[in-house]
Design a binder for this molecule. Sequence first.
Ligand code: PMT
Length: 389
Amino acid sequence: MAAGRLLLIPDGPASLLYATELVNQLRRRGYSLQVAPTAYDGPSATAFVSELAWATLSGHPCRAIESLDEAAFREQDLILLGPVSPRVFSIFCQGKALSYLQAAGRPVLAILPQLFPDEPLPHKEGGSFAQLMPPGSRLLTGSVPHGLGALGNLLLPSFEEVLAQVDSLLAPQDYAGKKVLITAGPTAEDLDPVRFLTNRSTGKMGFALARDAALRGAQVLLVHGPVALPAPRLPRLTPLPVRSATQMHQAVMDHWQEQDLAILAAAVADFQPLHCAETKIKKGEAQELSLPLKRTPDILATLGALPHRPFLVGFAAESDDVEANAQLKLRKKHCDLICANDVRKPGCGFATDTNQVTILAPDAPPLHLPLKSKEEVAHSILSEILRRL
Ligand code: PMT
């Protein structure tokens, strides 16, 4: 779960159809949220959503932006202006809000909508909104049309983009300067032009690791197999999609030398068809079919055998004798750590939103993490790695 206190300042009709959902999503992520809506005569935030509704949605009493003092800004971890309207711009130009905001010294994230792509926000003495904001403020412009009913469309950032920016502004930067390679998802081993061998991995666990590492300041290379889930879009995170175990092996071999850390969470096929047929295999009259298979390269073992490799973390997906089998893999593949997954336990392993892992090291007792969301598990694994890096 993310942590931090946010002050959201909404205005106008976007309050109703955008900012309210933003409040929901930020709270669901774990943030504590206060709303300071605009409350002037006209299409203000409180004209569209009452103070009581904002307080109910956010779980905190709400105070109109016009009545806030400096302490109200200072007690926050992040000020979120969303979306900024011409009216919010003039509130900051004319009232005391700007000096409070500047004196509080808190990071600011401003969501800038585009009503008409060519019409910028009004200027004050030739200064733009960006110039008005304290140095280091982040401005997020919109690219996704959000319908405001009879009021037309606004181009606004997706909620995913806003959450990613909030997360990265509030996350500890304890991985800053580190380079991390992560493998995720399944591999697909082609049998013919239409069929392939694969497994149940969705990429969720590996993506959660990549996301958390990037938010904490790492430069992340995410090598992933074919998955339905879109790869996280974050600064410092580069997705590198591949298909087969051989391609994943090649991608890792091309990039391992630049890395401080490699976490291999992919479910890589252990075998691939001996040959991939050029045309679709016909069933004919056959009642049975045997497929000759050959071993794929073991990426983790290959890295483990290198003399100057990055800090190496594997995963072990086990269905029986979980810890004993994971211990064997830890030693055989020469990892620094291995995360043992009991894939038969409810809520664990493949295609779940949660996971429970035990972190094994050659020189320490097992560390049993509780069942948590994959995001939280990723965060705990990365914190444990950092202790040892
Ligand atoms: O993607 P999700 O749906 O979120 O599911 C997450 C997960 C269950 C896939 C993940 O938590 C997990 O356990 N990943 C490892 C799955 C696996 O293939 O485990 P394994 O015990 O077969 O392999 C051991 C280790 O060797 C793994 O780090 C694996 O990436 C690596 N390996 C295996 C074979 C191979 N040819 N090359 C490898 O690098």
